[in-house]
Ligand binder design. Structure first.
Ligand code: NOJ
Length: 527
């Protein structure tokens, strides 16, 4: 076992928005293939693709109607095989999205399940009688708003859907479902896929008694409806860990595969997903940098809490953005996004970089008549419009930012004439150049990949830490200059990289500018 993923930087691609080659305004597999060189030059080691499988696209591929087929929007199986082979030739590991919690209502399994109460696949999904007084079986709410139960007139029962009504939840307590899903994983691993990111993995097991969720007293009407209740019984149930151990057994039938899981839970619950004896997920996604306020005290605390909570033998990971969350440049502004990139790529653990963040895509205006996100359509006021994080990659100053020859499915940014790869490639001070340098520094300096992590409490707006014996990182999370009171052994050090300019050189300064980050090399203690 090489556990290659401990050293890797993962790059998330949202395939609809990476590169369109067939002129339909939607990205495709051939587009990704054509951009493999870009990814290598950037310094990515692995790519993870959001779903590319056959789907009616009600939730843009997170509603799968055939787990073993490529959706024609993206291409076909021959193109997939070519992409995978070429990615491997380029030295990139290749990860797929696995969406096991729910299928599309167009999946053949669901068609059978809903056809009659005694169909052999009835129990593959979650069917319940109405509550004793009538109405839905319990108070569970869909993540996209409204009741999570949909009435089926023909068979006189409700089915459960944690997301859209067209995304019925599978019943993971049924061993046949588990086996069918294990075979899906084997199908893709037989092709050579290096691992999976599991969608909403903490949702897979539900309370056996389907008890009502308790209300959250802190909920405000400006929050999404799902947050009205605490998800006490609808997710994060003990049985989920058995499900994951089985998935891990399947993964371990093949050498060197990686299992990542999407989990939005507090740190103490999250780390359970490494499993007993690390027989769970290799990387339970750590979204703390997304969910925490961007303040030095809060970030210092969460890093300390996370580092302390990781079980023996477990490996950390960090994420700054994804296709469900406001982008980092939108959340903290462009100058601070450079500091955030330095943090993402120097903390201990595997980083996941979201496409477009490397050129600093920030806010995008989505006119009301162009909204695509089904959640934003359901809850226009209460939730973030995820379209804003899913706009086309910006490659050049050409029409539609070089993404497509036609109007793309979502608009590009207003500043796309300059915020694009071609423009930034020639600029040593660009966001793109900073990402390249950071990724290449990770490759060169073992400290940054494998070195242990020690926090240095400099207080105020600073987040500072040592990696290994000879590398230090100081990040100023404010826009004000701060005095640098560094330990003596750092004094003779050299600045390897400044976040603001993307350049290095020079001795360690006595103060650090606002929105600045420094990577410092110094001679280790005892040398
Ligand atoms: C999490 C995915 O990241 C999100 O995009 C999707 O809508 C839900 N799961 C449902 O699959």
């Amino acid at each position: 076992m090489t556990q290659w993923w401990r050293d890797a930087a993962i790059y998330q691609i949202y395939p609809r928005s990476f590169q369109d080659t067939n002129g339909d305004g939607i990205g495709d597999l051939e587009g990704i293939r054509q951009r493999l060189t870009y990814l290598r030059e950037l310094g990515a080691d692995a790519v993870w693709l959001s779903p590319i499988f056959q789907s009616p696209m009600k939730d843009f591929g997170y509603d799968i109607s055939d787990y073993r087929a490529i959706d024609p929007l993206f291409g076909d199986m021959a193109q997939f095989d070519a992409l995978l082979a070429q990615a491997h030739d380029a030295g990139l590991k290749f990860l797929l999205d696995f969406v096991p919690n729910h299928s599309s209502d167009q999946h053949a399994w669901f068609a059978e399940s809903r056809s009659s109460r005694d169909n052999p696949k009835r129990d593959w999904y979650i069917w319940k009688d109405p509550a004793p007084g009538g109405g839905p079986p319990n108070n569970w709410i869909s993540n996209f708003g409204g009741s999570a139960w949909e009435w089926d007139e023909a068979t006189g029962q409700y089915y459960y859907h944690a997301f859209l009504t067209s995304q019925p939840d599978l019943n993971w307590r049924n061993p046949e479902v588990r086996e069918a899903m294990h075979d899906v994983l084997r199908f893709w691993m037989d092709k050579g896929v290096d691992g999976f990111r599991i969608d909403v993995v903490w949702h897979l097991a539900k309370d056996t008694a389907f008890r009502d969720n308790p209300p959250d007293p802190a909920w405000k009407p400006t929050q999404p409806e799902i947050d009205r209740n605490l998800q006490k019984y609808s997710a994060d149930q003990p049985f989920v860990h058995e499900i994951i151990e089985e998935l891990r057994d399947v993964i371990d039938e093949y050498p060197d595969r990686l299992l990542i899981g999407e989990i939005y839970l507090p740190i103490n619950r999250l780390v359970d997903y490494y499993g007993r004896g690390n027989e769970g997920l290799h990387l339970p996604f750590n979204f703390q940098l997304i969910t925490s306020p961007w303040r030095a005290d809060a970030i210092r605390e969460l890093i300390a809490e996370y580092e302390a909570a990781i079980p023996q033998g477990g490996w950390p990971n960090w994420v700054l953005s994804n296709h469900d969350q406001p982008r980092i440049a939108k959340r903290v502004g462009l100058a601070q996004a450079r500091v955030a990139a330095m943090m993402l790529l120097t903390l201990r653990g595997t980083p996941t970089l979201y496409y477009g963040d490397e050129i600093g895509i920030g806010d995008v205006h989505i006119p009301p008549d162009r909204i695509q996100d089904p959640w934003a359509k359901n809850e226009p006021d209460a939730s973030f419009n995820r379209d804003k994080a899913r706009t086309p990659m910006q490659w050049s100053a050409d029409a539609h930012a070089g993404f497509s020859e036609t109007e793309p499915w979502l608009p590009v940014t207003d500043d796309h004439q300059t915020r694009n790869v071609a423009h930034q490639q020639g600029d040593a001070g660009s966001m793109l150049a900073l990402h390249r340098t950071l990724l290449s520094l990770r490759k060169q300096r073992e400290d940054l990949r494998r070195g242990d992590y020690r926090a240095l409490d400099l207080g105020g707006p600073l987040v500072a830490y040592l990696r290994g014996d000879t590398t230090a990182v100081v990040l100023n999370l404010s826009s004000d200059r701060a005095k640098l009171d560094l330990p003596e052994e750092w004094q003779g050090g050299e600045v390897l990289l400044k976040a603001s300019t993307g350049e290095g050189g020079g001795p360690v300064p006595g103060s650090i500018e606002g929105d600045e980050g420094l990577i410092i090399a110094f001679r280790g203690a005892g040398e």
